[in-house]
Design a protein around this ligand. Structure first.
Ligand code: MG
Length: 304
């Protein structure tokens, strides 16, 4: 009954899905599945199971799943950089790391102006090699997704790591709980979710959109899309600029003008997703206990 998997609100969405392509559950047994990253060279997906302190690996060639890294320092968001290396947000160590080709781990960011980060949550790499990440407090609020601690920072902000010298810049400081983030295909726009409603009932449940200049400076920041009950966590953008985002127990699709065009029903709370497969037309979806996938009729802008 794959037609039940979709809710079409606009003709554009109907053209981008295939009713004959059902949502498949690929793996279950996680506590909070997050941070999917697809590696084309390996035909594998790596994702985080945050409370279980492990990273899992799905092999697309035979469907098998194994533990990639455990313990994982309570890893959360992951991405792939321009050189095909894994970049990871770690709650437990409150840092962003890169796994090198030889398997060693390089710390890219663990402090800003002498203070430890809260718990880096999600990360994206721009074509220029700069690494952008969000730093809400979810990994230090309690022991469930990391280690409980008092924040050293004066808030939850968005940061950029310079590709030339590794210098860290705070690029946005007016979020309550910045979370998922992604660039438009031309990288002139940056979208960032705010899940502030986890800590304040009337708090943000929206995605904001910024303009990015050549030096990586942000301007604008208007609200692009909002929800009334659920929240946006992680999301990715297709090659035409549509936003495919976690939105409660499903994936919402927004046109670049902000119009909601449709929804893929998943049935448990979605945390994040990524385009994968050799053609980047397979959405891998991390939703609470499980990893799902669905083939759609549009390709991801990039796998990271
Ligand atoms: Mg997140």
């Amino acid at each position: 009954m794959s037609a039940d998997d979709y809710e079409v609100l606009h003709e554009d969405f109907r053209r981008k899905i295939r009713f004959s392509a059902a949502v498949e559950r690929l793996f279950t047994g996680c506590r909070w599945a997050e941070g999917p990253a697809y590696f084309p060279a390996h035909r594998a997906l790596i994702w985080s199971d945050v409370p279980n302190d492990r990273m899992l690996r799905f092999d697309e060639t035979d469907g098998s799943v194994s533990v990639f890294r455990g313990p994982s320092n309570y890893s959360n968001g992951n991405t792939v950089d321009r050189q095909g290396r894994l970049v990871t947000c770690e709650h437990g160590t409150r840092r962003v790391t890169r796994t090198e080709h030889d398997g060693s781990i390089t710390v890219l960011a663990d402090r800003f102006e002498g203070r430890r980060f809260n718990s880096p949550n999600d990360v994206v790499v721009r074509r220029d090699g700069s690494i952008w990440f969000t730093d809400p407090t979810y990994g230090i609020d309690c022991d469930y997704e990391g280690y409980r601690a008092d924040p050293e920072m004066d808030g939850s902000h968005v940061y950029r790591i310079d590709p030339a010298d590794g210098k860290i810049t705070r690029v946005a400081d007016d979020f309550e709980k910045p979370n998922g983030l992604a660039f438009s295909p031309d990288e002139r726009l940056l979208y960032v979710a705010d899940t502030g409603a986890t800590h304040r009932p009337d708090g943000p449940r929206h995605i904001r959109r910024f303009a990015v200049d050549e030096r990586g400076k942000l301007s604008g920041g208007e609200i692009f899309a909002s929800l009334s009950d659920a929240m946006f966590d992680g999301f990715r953008i297709d090659s035409d600029g549509r936003i495919w985002t976690s939105a409660g127990e499903g994936v919402n699709c927004y046109a670049p003008d902000g119009r909601l065009t449709g929804r893929i029903r998943i049935g448990e709370t979605v945390a994040n997703l990524v385009f994968g497969g050799p053609k980047r037309n397979r959405l891998f979806i991390c939703a609470t206990t499980s990893l799902y996938s669905v083939l759609i009729a549009v390709n991801g802008d990039k796998t990271f």
